[in-house]
Design a protein around this ligand. Sequence first.
Ligand code: KG4
Ligand code: ZN
Length: 350
Amino acid sequence: MKKALRRVLAIESSCDETAAAVLEAPLDVRSSIIASQIAAHRPYGGVVPELATRAHVDAIDYVVEEALREAACDLDALDGIAVTRGPGLASSLMVGVQFARTLAWRADIPLFGVHHLEGHLCSVFLAETLDSMHDLCPSLVLLVTGGHTALVRMDAPGVYTVLGRSLDDAAGEALDKGAKLMGLPYPGGPEIEKLAREGTRSGVFPRSLPHSDSARERGGQYAFSFSGLKTALRYFLEKNPDASHADVAADFQSAVMDSLLTRLRQAAEKEKGIRSLACVGGGAKNQHLRGGLDALAVQVGKPLHIVPMAYCTDNAAMIGTVPLLRTMDPMSVDEDLHPNLRLEGVRLRG
Ligand code: KG4
Ligand code: ZN
């Protein structure tokens, strides 16, 4: 019989954050340490894989030690280790997976390979608005990260149906690329949000909601598309060099967020048996989106759960939630990191 998991150490190193956390059952975050590399990548306008790997190697020892120290726990007190197995940058994932594997071997405890996006999805179980974990599912979860945008029906941890996903750029990617076009630093999402606060919207950018048969086949009934918006921004800036960047940012941000909110509203009105609405990922930090979600939840009469600010962008606590929430088989010694890992048991509903 498998030993019940009471305390796990989680490690995340898929992109530009080196993170470690300790969690206790049922779902208590005892520590969450994040070493961000944003400053190192900023001069290059995006993540440089070689720099990321080196920074992970430099930080991981200290970050894990800090997470254990803050949780007042040593290796012997752990029942398992969770690590992001993919998707992500291969050499960055390798740092976390090798480190976690060595610790798990030393402590003779199981190692769980977690899908990064499942970590984001399950991070909503950390929402302060949840009285009981049983109040969440079935939930319509809007996943808004730098690399992925999707509307997911979560019937339980481990049971996911993708109702819509982006056919091209992710929403976060659109914000990052849009910010670059406006000369703002990386990552663009928070920069656009800051600038947009000083601007006025006039609605010049398109809200693209693809609905052709082919879009539905590739992106589901609630497919998203953001690459046209980025092109529209480029042309707009070329044609209107004197336009107020604050106004442009306000418009661009609301175009991105309106697409997300419209799809969530459509699904909330049509899907059967939905108990709650949810939002996870780096984009969930955005106050404009949070405001729109609050209003939408009232409009459709469903409770809304948003991942706490501390667990929106990449962190290890979200990775640790997965083996605590559902049964998983440990990674075997011949299983490796997986830069293009698919999320098991997920289907796209057309
Ligand atoms: O979830 P995450 O850390 O990384 C991925 O798994 O991709 O999300 C990072 C994304 C970036 O695109 C960043 O611009 C966006 O989240 N982001 C924001 C905000 N803070 C981070 N987007 C809009 N408003 C924000 N305040
Ligand atoms: Zn992420």
